[in-house]
Design a protein around this ligand. Structure first.
Ligand SMILES: NC(=O)c1ccc[n+]([C@@H]2O[C@H](COP(=O)([O-])OP(=O)(O)OC[C@H]3O[C@@H](n4cnc5c(N)ncnc54)[C@H](OP(=O)(O)O)[C@@H]3O)[C@@H](O)[C@H]2O)c1
Length: 292
């Protein structure tokens, strides 16, 4: 099994859950030290030591190289989890087609498709396997300053639907994981998006470990999608209602001065200073809360 984006958040919890169940894992991300620490932790807990792969999936060609490396280490890959993700914040007219926007598509859309292209033929030959694509509820309920990120996730969501149709009755399962707010460092970054915190303050916030358990259960049961937190499943099922509600919230919570905001903020652990600080601040607060 290959889990991308396993160095933190949802991917790390998924790797822990799968490792505990005896999966032979390959884990990938850019922060090698966190991957090594996870490999140690899993091994100490009695799981097989995962193979660790450092890859920057926002770089064209990196996903194909990763697939080849993982196949060298594991032989075959029966479950592909496309979880690594992130993006860029800023208005449509500031981000436009800048590199930050294109890199978000490379990471969130093209890399999952490249891994699919490299690994699904083997699954088909063996008559079984699974592709798990982590998209986002932002594919339906987007927000000012989040257009590029949402577009990458909408693109992956549609590709996932098509993949499921292409693989009907093949023995290869296609599972879309559609998170709403989940308590990871991404929440720190989302505080930088104008009005987003005020608009989402009443929304339920999910837990990455619980989501990981639901994903593994969905894999075991052959389910097509997991929307989490569950309460937000209605928002996915009725996109028209979600979009109307989002317009009302944007009017209420986004100051029109946003339009002259020139910032383009690359997110993630290697992102711009502002994003990295917001992630670190979120993580510090959560650690302090956990110690209480
Ligand atoms: N948390 C939420 O509220 C939420 C909501 C909707 C969707 N999601 C989606 O859930 C997935 C996991 O996010 P998370 O919440 O767990 O946040 P996270 O803690 O920031 O995890 C993101 C993971 O992706 C990896 N990654 C990011 N950029 C990468 C790159 N260029 N190359 C390789 N790996 C990269 C990161 O590892 P490195 O930094 O070490 O490379 C990290 O392991 C993402 O696809 C995200 O879009 C999250």
């Amino acid at each position: 099994m290959l889990v991308t984006g396993a160095s933190s958040g949802i991917g790390r919890e998924l790797a822990r859950e799968l490792g505990r169940r005896g999966a032979r894992l390959a884990i990938a991300a850019r922060r090698g030290e966190l991957l090594e620490a996870l490999a140690e932790e899993l091994t100490a807990g009695g799981a097989q030591r995962p193979s660790v792969h450092i890859a920057d999936l926002a770089e064209r060609g990196a996903a194909a190289r990763l697939a080849a490396e993982v196949q060298d280490s594991l032989g075959t890959v029966d479950v592909l989890v496309n979880n690594a993700g992130g993006g860029v914040g800023g208005s449509q007219w500031r981000v436009g087609d800048r590199n930050e926007g294109r890199d978000a598509f490379e990471l969130n859309f093209w890399s999952p498709l490249a891994l699919t292209s490299a690994l699904v033929p083997g699954m088909l030959e063996r008559g079984g396997g699974a592709v798990v694509n982590v998209t986002s509820l932002a594919q339906i309920g987007t927000w000012p300053g989040m257009g590029h990120y949402s577009a990458t996730k909408a693109a992956l969501g549609v590709a996932t639907e098509a993949l499921r149709l292409e693989l009907i009755d093949s023995g290869v399962q296609v599972l879309e994981v559609i998170p709403g707010p989940v308590d990871t460092a991404i929440q720190g970054e989302s505080r930088l998006v104008p009005g987003f915190q005020a608009a989402t303050r009443r929304m339920p916030m999910g837990d990455a470990a619980e989501l990981a358990r639901l994903v593994v259960r969905a894999l075991e049961r052959g389910q097509p999608r997991v929307v989490y937190p569950r309460l937000l499943g209605l928002g996915y099922r009725y996109p028209g209602i979600t979009r109307r509600a989002t317009i009302r919230m944007a009017r209420r919570h986004v100051d029109p001065s946003f339009r002259s905001d020139e910032r383009v903020v690359r997110s993630g652990s290697f992102g711009d200073e502002e994003a990295r600080q917001a992630r670190a601040e979120w993580e510090r607060t959560r650690e302090a809360l956990a110690r209480r």
